[in-house]
Ligand binder design. Structure first.
Ligand SMILES: *[C@@H]1O[C@H](CO)[C@@H](O)[C@H](O)[C@H]1NC(C)=O
Length: 330
């Protein structure tokens, strides 16, 4: 192999090494099926089974939802009402923008600066759910997730998140006891992850959204194995689509308009986007390689014509006058 080629390959391996290291959690997420942490279907009693009452309940009976203000759009009122009606013995809290900010200002003032500075309202809507789950415990439900049955069986686990297909977890339905170590970890790291990834959608997903939560969950699960620390995972069939599923998703356009729809789309397809990212990187790498080879060939030709002027470059690229240069320096 020519020396130039070797240097090119080594530099690329170093760059790839850095990228793989930086993305190791992301890559391991691609192969994480969450089966070890799944809440088994067999553990969930049928909606009207008497077993529902006999199970230990750890999570407090509180339902949290978020919206800009108290005027819930018509398309979500039915789903919201179903959650309220099915759980008349639960406390129901709607976290409006104003209520959310007051809560952060009062209870978590150290986070207020980050909270206020988020460029997208959806980042505040993401962040507040982690804080209220950490603070009060309970179950958080997105407004477009209506309730299909009572949530009691989900109160039996110290904390749970929802699995998304094909990989990762979402932040649209989650439950926790107060002060659970996972949500402590999440709220502590929110500020660190508040980075600008150039594209707004990626910034939102990576700073507060499903991608952020998936990465943190994966990292957290590496060194938290005690039963009360483990975060269980609600699998897709228990989430929606069956008579025994907990939620009933209403199809409706997003409350933040086109932008948020794209964000939601990207949230749901982040695996595809990650893979595309690697493909784009490979193509760019290939093009660079091609340019480099062309350049090496050309400079090899010209350096013959121009003599020793190109000594340094031909040393790197392995041109024939490399030895002349070495001789001269010796
Ligand atoms: C609630 O927010 C929506 C959307 O911004 C707005 O149209 C509506 O007027 C607000 N309602 C109240 C009561 O402020």
């Amino acid at each position: 192999m020519r020396r130039g080629t070797a240097i090119f390959v080594v530099i690329n391996l170093i760059i790839i090494g850095f990228l793989v290291n930086a993305c190791s959690t992301l890559i391991s997420l691609l192969f994480e099926d969450a089966a070890r942490f799944a809440i088994p279907a067999a553990e969930i009693p049928a909606p009207d089974s008497s077993l529902n009452e006999s199970r230990t309940q750890l999570i407090p009976r509180i339902i949290h939802q978020t919206y800009i203000n108290e005027s819930i759009p018509l398309k979500w009122q039915k789903g919201q009402q179903a959650c309220v009606d099915l759980h008349d013995d639960y406390e129901y809290i709607l976290w409006t923008d104003e209520k959310s900010r007051d809560f952060i200002a009062k209870e978590y003032e150290w986070f207020l600066k980050t909270f206020d500075a988020y460029p997208f309202p959806i980042q505040r809507a993401d962040a507040i759910r982690y804080f209220v789950l950490y603070h009060y415990g309970g179950i958080y439900i997105d407004l477009d997730d209506g309730c299909n049955r009572r949530l009691d069986p989900l109160l039996s686990y110290p904390a749970w998140l929802r699995r998304t297909v094909p990989t990762g977890i979402s932040n649209d339905a989650m439950g926790s006891v107060p002060q659970h170590p996972f949500f402590k970890y999440v709220i502590e790291l929110l500020s660190d992850y508040n980075r600008n990834w150039v594209l707004p959608y990626i910034s939102v997903m990576g700073s507060t959204g499903p991608l952020f939560l998936s990465v943190l969950w994966k990292q957290y699960m590496r060194n938290h194995n005690e039963p009360e620390e483990i975060v269980r995972v609600l699998m897709p069939a228990e989430y929606k689509g069956h008579t025994w599923s907990f939620f009933n998703i209403s199809k409706g356009s997003s409350w933040h308009g086109q932008d948020a729809q794209t964000i939601f789309w990207m949230g749901k397809h982040w695996l595809f986007l990650t893979v595309s990212g690697f493909v784009v990187a490979a193509v760019v790498g290939g093009c660079l390689w091609w340019l480099w080879s062309m350049w090496v060939m050309n400079s090899g030709k010209t350096s013959h014509g121009r003599g020793k002027q190109h000594g340094f470059w031909s040393r790197i690229t392995g041109g024939e006058d490399r030895y002349e240069l070495v001789d001269r320096m010796a």
